[in-house]
Design a protein around this ligand. Structure first.
Ligand code: CAA
Length: 380
C-alpha cells in the first residue's frame, strides 16, 4: 500500500527497512531474552536523524514530517519493537514538546543533543496512583524564589534507566486541578533525583523503564517548559502525537508477524500439501492483511492531519485504538498458524505477541482512547 508517498517519505521508509533487516532483526531475540538495551543501534538511529525526525535541522533533527515519522516507526518496530519505543519516546514525547514549547535557551540545552541522538530523553507523567487519571498526580513542585522543589515519584518511565533528561509533570497549585500542573526539564543527575531498578517486563524488553523518585529535587525557573499551569495541556497535546508513534509501532509488530506467518504457511506441509493451500489458513491471512492495511490508513490519516497543523486528538486515538488491538489479533493468529512451534521461545511469533500487548496500554489505554473518541463523536 503506497498512497501518494513523496520521494522523501519512500526514501526514509526504505532506509529504515534496510537498517531494521540488517541491524535490528538479527539481534531482537537476544535483546528480548537478556532485557538488553540496544545502545549501538540507538546510536546509529541518532546518526540517521531518527531520534528527532520532525525536529528542524537547525536544532539537530532531520526536519521531516509526521508521515515520514510513522513510516520510520513501522519499519524500525518491524525489526525490533523495543527499539521502536525507545525511538518513539525520544521523538514524540520528548523532542516534539521541547521544540514546540521550549525557549531557544531550552532548545539549545535540552533539545539539540537529543534530536541528534547524542542524549536520550523520557516523559515522566505516570505515577503509582495516577495512570489513566493523569490529572490526579501527587508529585509536587513547590516554588522557592526562582526555583521549584520537586517531591514525589513517577513509574513505568520508558527510557528512564538510560535518559539524561526527563520531561516531568508536577503540581504547582493543587487548588487549580489540572490547571495547576506544570512541566519541567530535569537532568537525571540532579541532586534529589534517584532511579529505581529497571522494570522486568513481559514484552518490548530491549527498552528499559523504571521508577523515578524526587526528594527535594531543586530546578531553576528557567527549566519550566511553558507557563505555570500549562503542564496538563502540554502532556495531552504531546500524547496526541505520541499515539501516532505507538500506533505505527503496533503496525510494525503486526507486519513482522504476518510476514513470518506467510513464509511458514508456504513452507509447512500437512495432509500432503503446504498449509497455505488450506482455506482455513488463507482466511486467517486475508483477515490479518486487511486489518493491517485498515490500521495503516488510520495511522497515515492522523499523521497527515498533524502535518497540516490540524487538531488530531480523536484521529490519533482511533489509530492507536484500532492498530493496537489489531496487532494483538494478528500476532495471536500468527501463533495459531505456526501451531505448537508458535508457542515456543525459539519462534519469533510469541515475542511479537508479547510485544504487541503493551500498545493497548501505554500512552493511554484502549479505554482512554475510547473516551477521547466518544467525546469528539458526542461534540459532533
Ligand atoms: N490537546 C490540548 N488540550 C487538551 C487535550 C489535547 N489533546 N485534551 C484535553 N485538553 C485540555 C482540555 O481542553 C481541558 O482544557 P480546559 O482546562 O481549558 O477546560 C483540559 O485539557 C482537561 O481536559 P479533560 O477535562 O478532557 O481532562 P480529564 O482530566 O477528563 O482527562 C483524559 C482526560 C483523556 C482521561 C487524560 O487524562 C488522558 O489522556 N489520560 C491518559 C494518560 C496517558 O495517556 N498516559 C500515558 C503515560 S505516557 C506513556 O505511557 C509513555 C510510555 O511509556 C511510552
Amino acid at each position: 500500500m503506497d498512497i501518494e508517498l513523496t520521494d522523501e517519505q519512500r526514501q526514509v521508509r526504505d532506509l529504515c527497512r534496510e537498517f531494521a533487516a540488517k541491524e535490528l532483526r538479527p539481534n531482537a531475540r537476544r535483546w528480548d531474552e537478556h532485557h538488553e538495551f540496544p545502545a549501538e543501534a540507538v546510536r546509529q538511529l541518532g546518526a540517521m536523524g531518527l531520534m528527532g525526525v520532525a525536529i528542524p535541522a537547525e536544532w539537530g533533527g532531520a526536519g521531516m514530517d509526521a508521515v515520514s515519522y510513522a513510516l520510520a516507526m513501522e519499519e524500525i518496530s518491524r525489526g525490533c519493537a523495543g527499539t521502536g519505543v525507545i525511538m518513539s519516546v525520544s521523538n514524540s514525547l520528548y523532542c516534539d514538546p521541547v521544540f514546540k514549547y521550549g525557549t531557544d535557551a531550552q532548545r539549545e540545552r535540552f533539545l539539540r543533543p537529543h534530536a541528534s541522538g547524542a542524549k536520550l530523553g523520557a516523559f515522566a507523567l505516570t505515577e503509582p496512583a495516577s495512570g489513566s487519571d493523569a490529572a490526579e498526580m501527587r508529585t509536587v513542585a513547590v516554588r522557592r524564589g526562582d526555583r521549584y522543589v520537586l517531591d514525589g515519584s513517577k513509574n513505568y518511565i520508558t527510557n528512564g534507566p538510560q535518559a539524561e533528561h526527563l520531561l516531568v509533570f508536577a503540581m504547582t497549585d493543587r487548588s487549580k486541578g489540572h490547571r495547576g500542573i506544570s512541566a519541567f526539564l530535569v537532568p537525571t543527575d540532579a541532586p534529589g533525583l534517584t532511579r529505581g531498578k529497571p522494570d522486568d517486563k513481559v514484552g518490548i524488553r530491549a527498552s528499559g523503564s523504571c521508577s523515578i523518585f524526587f526528594e527535594g529535587c531543586a530546578v531553576e525557573e528557567s527549566q519550566r517548559l511553558g507557563g505555570e499551569g500549562d503542564g496538563f495541556k502540554i502532556a495531552m497535546a504531546t500524547l496526541d502525537g505520541g499515539r501516532i508513534g505507538i500506533a505505527a509501532q503496533a503496525l510494525g509488530i503486526a507486519r513482522a508477524a504476518l510476514e513470518e506467518a506467510v513464509a511458514y504457511a508456504r513452507d509447512r506441509k500437512a495432509f500432503g500439501q503446504p498449509i497455505a493451500q488450506f482455506q482455513a489458513i488463507q482466511f486467517m491471512l486475508a483477515d490479518m492483511a486487511t486489518e493491517l492495511d485498515a490500521a495503516r490508513l488510520l495511522v497515515w490519516r492522523a499523521a497527515t492531519l498533524k502535518d497540516r497543523g490540524v487538531r488530531h486528538s480523536a484521529e490519533s486515538a482511533m489509530a492507536k485504538l484500532y492498530a493496537s488491538e489489531m496487532s494483538e489479533r494478528v500476532t495471536s493468529r500468527a501463533i495459531q498458524i505456526h501451531g505448537g512451534l508458535g508457542y515456543m521461545r525459539e519462534c519469533d511469533a510469541e515475542r511479537h505477541w508479547r510485544d504487541s500487548r503493551i500498545t493497548q496500554i501505554y500512552e493511554g489505554t484502549s479505554e482512554i482512547q475510547r473516551l477521547v473518541i466518544s467525546s469528539a463523536v458526542l461534540k459532533g
